[in-house]
Design a protein around this ligand. Structure first.
Ligand code: GLC
Length: 650
C-alpha cells in the first residue's frame, strides 16, 4: 500500500514513473509541520531499526547519526561526513511499526535518525515543496519491492560488465593502456574492461581523444576488442570553454549551458580549466549532450563512466575575485591576515554554496536556481547518455555508470561510490552500502577496489578484491600519484590471479541473481535481517550480507586478521576457494563460528538446501564455458539459472 502526499509545489523530478492518486490530509506516521520548511518527526521505539538512504555513510542500520542528501564531491569521506555523491531519500523503519518513506525533494534534505535525541527521527528541509510517499507492507523486503515498482526497472548492463576492470587515473599514452592489457594477459589475470580516465582526452575536452596518442582511435578500440577488452572512457560534466571546440561552440550557440542570473553562461573550473555545465535538466540540451556520446560509440566504444557530475566545482571566477578582494583588503590595510582565515577561504572556493546558488536551469521555460534542484544534476547527465543510447544503440546494451545520482537514475545506469581511500574502514563501508543502494534501485554498483586515495597495501587489495568478487561492478581504480595498485604490481601475483578468477567462476550465479533482482524489483544484496527477520541475532549483523537468494558473504576487513567471526542464522555450507583451484567445503551448524580465511582464499556460505552454479575459470567473460557448470551446495537443491546473450536489450 503506497500513499502519495503533496506539499506545496514540488519540482517534478521524474524519480517515480508510476501515476499514483494523491492522498488527502496528513500521513499517519509522525508529526509534520510546514510553517518553517518541511519537518517530520517520528518517535522511534527502542527496537526500531532504520534501513536505506542508498549511498550514505555509516551502518546498515542508520540509527544514531545524521545524514544530509546533498550530492557532494567529497574524497575525504571519513566517519563524520554527512553527504556523499548520491542523494537517495528512501528509508524503511522496521520494528514496532514497519513502513517506508520516500521524500521526493531535489535539494538539501536532512535525516536526523536518533542523533539529536536517540528516540526521535526528524526529516527536514528548507522548503515545504515535495512529494512524500508512505509505503506499508508486510516486511521491509515487501516495501522495497513496492517502492521499486513505482520508480521503474533498474538498469541492465551488458554481461561483459560483470568481468573485472582495471583502471587508474594516470594512464595516458596508448602504450600505458596496452601495457595494462598485456600484463593482465601475460599473468593470466582475468580482465574484461580497461577504464580510460581523463588523460585519454585532448585537454580534458569531453568527446575528444588525444590525437597524438590515438591517431586512429577506432583502430585502437578494435585492437582492444580483439584482445577481448572493452575500453571504457570517462566523460566529465563540464564542457571546456575554448574557441574552436565544437561542443563548446554548439552549446553556446544554442543556449544549452547553465546560466547566471543575468543570462550569461555560468563558468566553473574543473579539470580542463574553465567550463560550462550543459543544462541537462532541459530536455533539448539533454538530448544534445547525450547525442555527443555517439562520437565514441561510433569508434566502437560500448561503455562509459560519467564523472564530476554533482557537479563538482574547483572554483569560479567570482569566487576567486572575492578571495582576491579579501586578500587585498587584509593586506592593504596593513592588518595581519589571520592565516587560517584566508586559507580556509581559499579551501572554500571548491563546491561552494554561493556558486551553486548563482546559476540556473531552464525547466519548462522557467529559470530554476541550481541549488533548488542540485541533487538532480548527475542523474540527468546520466539520463542524457541513457536516453541517447536508446537511439544510438537500440538493440544492444551499453555499460554506463555515474558518480552522482538521485533515485530515478537507476533506470539509466549504475554507480560507483566515488573517491574512497585505501582504508580498511572503507572496505567495510563498501559492504554496508550495498543493500541500501539496492533498496533504491541501484543494482549495478561497486567501489574503487583497493581504495582510490592513499597508498594501498597488498593485503588490503586482496581482501577488498575478495569482496569485489561479489559486486556487479568489480573495478580496481586508484588516484594519480598513489602507489601503483594493479594486481601485477605486487609479489605473489598468483594470489591476485586466483581471487579474480573466482569472480569468473561465479559469473553465471552473479549474473543470474542480478537479472532476477532487476526483473523482479528485488535486491541482490540484502541485510541478514531481511531474510531472517525473526532472528534477533541476524538483525544485529552489520558485516555480512546475503548475495542473491542462495549465498551469504562475510569478508575479512581487518589487517593482519587470519579469519573472522561469522554468524550463521541457519546451517550453511562454508565454501573456501583455495589458491590451488580446489574447494574446501564444510557444513557448519547455525550459530557463531570463527572461520579462518587466508589472504589468498575467497569464502562464501551456501544456504541450507540451496546450490549455486560454478564454471571453470576464464580470462574474460566471452570465454566462460557454460558447459563446465557444476553445482555447488546441497544435493537435491534446485537453482533457477538465468541465461541470455548478455547484450540484447530487454
Ligand atoms: C574524480 C573521480 C576519479 C577520477 C578522477 C580523475 O576524482 O572520482 O575516479 O579518477 O576524478 O578523472
Amino acid at each position: 500500500m503506497i500513499r502519495k502526499y503533496r506539499f506545496g509545489t514540488p519540482f517534478e523530478t521524474d524519480a517515480v514513473v508510476r501515476e499514483l492518486p494523491l492522498s488527502e490530509g496528513m500521513p499517519e506516521v509522525g508529526t509534520i509541520t510546514t510553517e518553517d520548511g518541511f519537518c517530520m518527526t517520528y518517535t522511534m521505539a527502542k527496537q526500531d531499526m532504520v534501513y536505506g538512504l542508498g549511498e550514505s555513510n555509516r551502518g546498515i542500520n542508520k540509527r544514531g547519526y545524521r545524514y544530509i542528501s546533498n550530492c557532494s564531491d567529497i574524497p575525504n569521506h571519513a566517519e563524520d561526513i554527512l553527504s556523499l555523491y548520491g542523494a537517495h531519500n528512501f528509508l524503511i523503519l522496521s520494528g514496532e511499526k514497519t513502513f517506508g518513506l520516500f521524500i521526493d525533494y531535489p535539494s538539501d534534505l536532512e535525516f536526523d535518525i536518533g542523533f539529536t535525541r536517540s528516540d526521535v527521527m526528524t526529516i527536514r528541509c528548507k522548503r515545504a515543496d515535495l512529494y512524500l510517499y508512505v509505503l506499508e507492507g508486510d516486511s521491509p523486503l515487501d516495501i522495497v519491492r513496492e517502492f521499486r515498482g513505482i520508480i521503474g526497472r533498474s538498469y541492465i548492463p551488458p554481461r561483459f560488465a560483470f568481468g573485472f576492470g582495471q583502471s587508474r587515473w594516470g594512464y595516458k599514452t596508448a602504450e600505458d593502456f596496452r601495457t595494462v592489457v598485456r600484463k593482465h594477459r601475460e599473468n593470466h589475470i582475468p580482465m574484461d574492461m580497461l577504464y580510460m580516465d581523463i588523460d585519454y582526452m585532448q585537454g580534458y575536452k569531453d568527446f575528444t581523444v588525444n590525437p597524438e596518442e590515438f591517431p586512429d582511435f577506432k583502430a585502437f578500440v578494435s585492437e582492444m576488442k580483439e584482445a577481448k577488452i572493452h575500453p571504457v572512457p570517462i566523460i566529465d560534466a563540464g564542457v571546456k570553454i575554448e574557441d574552436g571546440y565544437d561542443v563548446y561552440e554548439e552549446g553556446k550557440r544554442n543556449g544549452y549551458f547553465c546560466k547566471r542570473e543575468d543570462g550569461s553562461d555560468f563558468e566553473a573550473a574543473v579539470w580542463p580549466g574553465l567550463t560550462h555545465f550543459p543544462d541537462v535538466l532541459d530536455p533539448e540540451a539533454r538530448a544534445w549532450f547525450g547525442g555527443k556520446y555517439e562520437r565514441l560509440t561510433s569508434a566502437g566504444i560500448d561503455g562509459f563512466w560519467n564523472d564530476m557530475n554533482e557537479p563538482a566545482i574547483f572554483y569560479t571566477p567570482e569566487g576567486v575575485e572575492a578571495l582576491r578582494e579579501a586578500y587585498d583588503r587584509e593586506l592593504r590595510t596593513g592588518r595581519e591576515i589571520p592565516p587560517f582565515a584566508l586559507g580556509s577561504m581559499a579551501a572554500g572556493l571548491a563546491n561552494s554554496r554561493k556558486d551553486y546558488d548563482s546559476f540556473y536551469h531552464k525547466v519548462n521555460g522557467k529559470m530554476v536556481r541550481h541549488s533548488d534542484v542540485h541533487n538532480l544534476y548527475g542523474y540527468n547527465m546520466t539520463r542524457a547518455a541513457g536516453e541517447a543510447f536508446e537511439k544510438i544503440s537500440p538493440d544492444k546494451r551499453i555499460l554506463l555508470f555515474s558518480r552522482s545520482s538521485y533515485i530515478g537514475m537507476h533506470r539509466y545506469g549504475g554507480i560507483w561510490t566515488g573517491d574512497n581511500k585505501s582504508w580498511w574502514s572503507h572496505l567495510l563501508l563498501n559492504l554496508k552500502m550495498l543493500p541500501s543502494l539496492n533498496m533504491c534501485g541501484f543494482l549495478y554498483v561497486g567501489a574503487d577496489l583497493g581504495g582510490f586515495g592513499c597508498d594501498t597495501t597488498r593485503d588490503l587489495l586482496l581482501r577488498w578484491l575478495a569482496l569485489g568478487v561479489f559486486t556487479p561492478l568489480m573495478r580496481n581504480h586508484s588516484a594519480l600519484d598513489t602507489r601503483l595498485q594493479e594486481a601485477y604490481q605486487f609479489e605473489g601475483i598468483e594470489d591476485f590471479r586466483h581471487v579474480i578468477s573466482v569472480r569468473y567462476r561465479l559469473i553465471p550465479y552473479l549474473y543470474s541473481e542480478y537479472m532476477k533482482a532487476a526483473l523482479r524489483d528485488d535486491m541482490m544484496f540484502k541485510p541478514l535481517a531481511f531474510v531472517y527477520p525473526d532472528d534477533t541475532m541476524a538483525r544485529r549483523v552489520e558485516d555480512q550480507l546475503m548475495v542473491g537468494n542462495e549465498i551469504m558473504i562475510a569478508p575479512v576487513y581487518t589487517q593482519n586478521a587470519e579469519g573472522r567471526y561469522v554468524y550463521l542464522p541457519e546451517e550453511m555450507l562454508l565454501v573456501k576457494f583455495l589458491p590451488d583451484g580446489t574447494l574446501h567445503t564444510e557444513q557448519l551448524p547455525q550459530g557463531h563460528h570463527y572461520v579462518e580465511v587466508a589472504l589468498n582464499e575467497v569464502p562464501l556460505f551456501v544456504r541450507k538446501k540451496k546450490c549455486i552454479p560454478l564454471v571453470k575459470a576464464a580470462e574474460n567473460t566471452a570465454d566462460i564455458d557454460m558447459s563446465t557448470i557444476e553445482w555447488l551446495g546441497y544435493s537435491g537443491a534446485e537453482y533457477e539459472l538465468y541465461e541470455d546473450d548478455g547484450i540484447t536489450r530487454i
